[in-house]
Structure formats: C-alpha cells, structure tokens
Design a protein around this ligand. Sequence first.
Ligand SMILES: Nc1ncnc2c1ncn2[C@@H]1O[C@H](COP(=O)(O)OP(=O)(O)OP(=O)(O)O)[C@@H](O)[C@H]1O
Length: 391
Amino acid sequence: MHVAHLSLHDFRSYATAEVALGPGVTAFVGRNGQGKTNLVEAIDYLSRLQSHRVATDAPLVRAGAPQAVVRAAVVKDGRQAVLEVELNPGRANRARINRSTLPRTRDLVGLVRTVVFSPEDLTLVKGDPSDRRRFLDDLLVLRTPRLAGTRADYDRVLKQRNSLLKTAGLARGSARDGALATLAVWDDQLAHHGAELLAARLELVEALGPYVGTAYATVARGASRDDAAVEYRSSVAAPPGVGPEELREALLTELEARRKDELDRGISLVGPHRDELLLWLGHGGDPSGDPTSRLPVKGYASHGESWSFALALKLASYDLLRADGDDPILILDDVFAELDSERRAQLAELVAGAEQVLVTAAVPEDVPAALTGARFTVAGGEVTQVGDSGG
Ligand SMILES: Nc1ncnc2c1ncn2[C@@H]1O[C@H](COP(=O)(O)OP(=O)(O)OP(=O)(O)O)[C@@H](O)[C@H]1O
C-alpha cells in the first residue's frame, strides 16, 4: 500500500499542508524543528490512532486550534480510498472513509499499516518491559484490528480492578466482604480479556521469532540467525499451543493464589500487563539450550548490538506484516543519523524495495545513496518538492 496524498489541517505545526506522494522512496529534508517528523507522524497516526512520540492527542493539535484533521488518499491493490481522522482533544475523535463517518473511530485502525523506525527504537531494547509490551500490542492490532477492542477492554478492567483492590485492602468488616464479592466479578473480566490478549501475544511472538533471527543476522556484522531470539514470559504457565480457555483458567487460578499479595499491595499482580518480552543474544536463545551461552540484551549488549536488535525487531515486524499479504508503509524518521555507515547502508538496502518508504533527515547526506526517489524540503511550515534525490 501507499499514500498518494496527505492533507493536514491544524495538525502539529501545520495550519494546512497538501503533499502529493507516490510509491517508492520519498525523503523530507530540512533543518531541525521545521516539521518533517510532523508529516510522517500524521501518516503513522492514521494507522494506529496513536502517535509514536506522544501518548495523548492534545500535542497533535496545532496550539490554539480546537481540532486537527489528517486525511490521506491510500492506494491498496490499485484501489484508492480516502481515510480521515478528526482529532478532538477532550471529546470523541471521528473517523471517515470516503467521507462516510465510521460508527466507531477505532474501525480505522489497521487500514493503513505503517512500520516506523526512529531514534526512540532503542528504548525497545533498553527501556522498561512496558515498552516491549506496547511494541507487541501495537503490532498485534495492526495484524488483527479487532484486538484494539480487547486491549482497550483489558486496560479498562485493570484500572477498575486496581482501584477496587486499593479500597478492599483498606476496608474492614462488611465493607471488605462487599468489595471482595465485587472483586470476583473483576477477576472474571480480567481473566476473560487477559486470556484473549495473552493468547494473541503468544501466537505473535511465535510467528515473529524466526523473522527476528533472520533480521538480526542481516543487520549485525558476522551474526548468524541463531544469535538473536525473543521469548514471551508470562505471569501464568503458557505452554506452546495453549488456547484462550486454558489461559483463562490459569489466570483465575493464579489470581486466587495471589489474592493476599494483591490486597496488601493494592495492585493487580497477575495478567498480561505483568508479562515480559525477553530478548536474548548469543546461542540461539533456545530455552532448552545451555543457559550460559545466551545473555539478555538489556544490561549486557553493546550499544551497537542493542541498535542491531532494535532494528531487527522493526524489520521483523515489517517482514511479518508483509508475509500477511500487504506491504506496509515504511517510515524512517531521523534514523540514519543514529547509525554507523555499515548499518546505515544495510538498512537502506533492506528497505529500498518496499512499496513506499518515507524518510526524514536534517541534511541530504543523511539519506543513504541506495534510497533514491522524490525529495521535499521542509522549511518554515512549507513542504516543497525539489525533484528526485540522488541519494
Ligand atoms: N501542537 C503544536 N502546535 C504548534 N507547533 C507544534 C506543535 N507540536 C509541535 N510543534 C512544532 O513543530 C516543530 C517540530 O516539528 P518536527 O518534530 O516535525 O521537527 P523536525 O523537522 O522533524 O525536526 P528534527 O530534525 O529536529 O527532528 C517544533 O518547532 C514544534 O514547536
């Protein structure tokens, strides 16, 4: 798929912007703070209804404006549709396809599929477990958009359950009995949505694993495909091939076992929000292999290895989405300046064949030679095509 036209109204720094795009590589070049990332962020937002830079919508609306609109003409298998989202901070957002409003805004999720490479990707490796969970869940939703609902339901139940645990932990007598009875209802809900999310994550990690190994071998000098592995570690036993019903039972049993701890601490200690995506470097990461021959990436990997792993996770996502049958839009946001010349050239070579690649860079020299295509300069809120880039 590719975006053929992007229109912005009061999005970030743009009062308006109209940018005609084509398949192949497009580079946006301009000095810092001119609005290059804002353009690609708008396309990424259409894909997930979330920015890769901020957690809330308010910063996406131009300062002083009441709402922002992102509209894109998207071409898939030769057919074009116009996707639009209206961002209304503090009120419900609205989504349209070919000018018809969708019943639920989140029905837009996954119609555009993007994979973003950015300097923040290093947090996938060096950051908290929550960064890796978010990576998994974002990818899940792009592959299976209905899981956006499961994810939202789980987050809602977790919040309410945590607040009840706090109350129940402090209550005495009949107030405590009442709170514990209500807790049983939330246990069921947590186990129901949690099992669905957990089953989907397990399946995703299983599918992603081989792609991570291959991608790591491609971006890391002298590495083999057994040198990088991912492993999902759950707060309940989750043997290969286990289904949502067994996971639901396992979550309920574990909730029962941890009840006292949960009440003492006033938070939910069981469920996919406590799980970890482990990243292993070394001998294949095979859990049945010699444990001393593999090391966790976090805390052990060099800076270069960490970058290679982060790139491998993103490339693996791209390969997996592509294997599902559609070429996602690749966004390389300011990423080349972060990489040494060898990784830069390798990444450029790997992505050059994608249907659409959008690159942002502060200076033309940061766009690798392999990525020739259209070029725009971005300066003072103006986006101007300057012809073809020679790389
Ligand atoms: N909601 C907003 N309203 C108005 N201006 C905004 C808003 N959000 C961001 N900006 C402005 O947009 C500019 C940043 O744009 P962007 O992040 O696209 O820069 P960039 O060209 O990618 O720069 P760099 O090369 O430094 O990454 C900043 O000047 C910032 O003040």
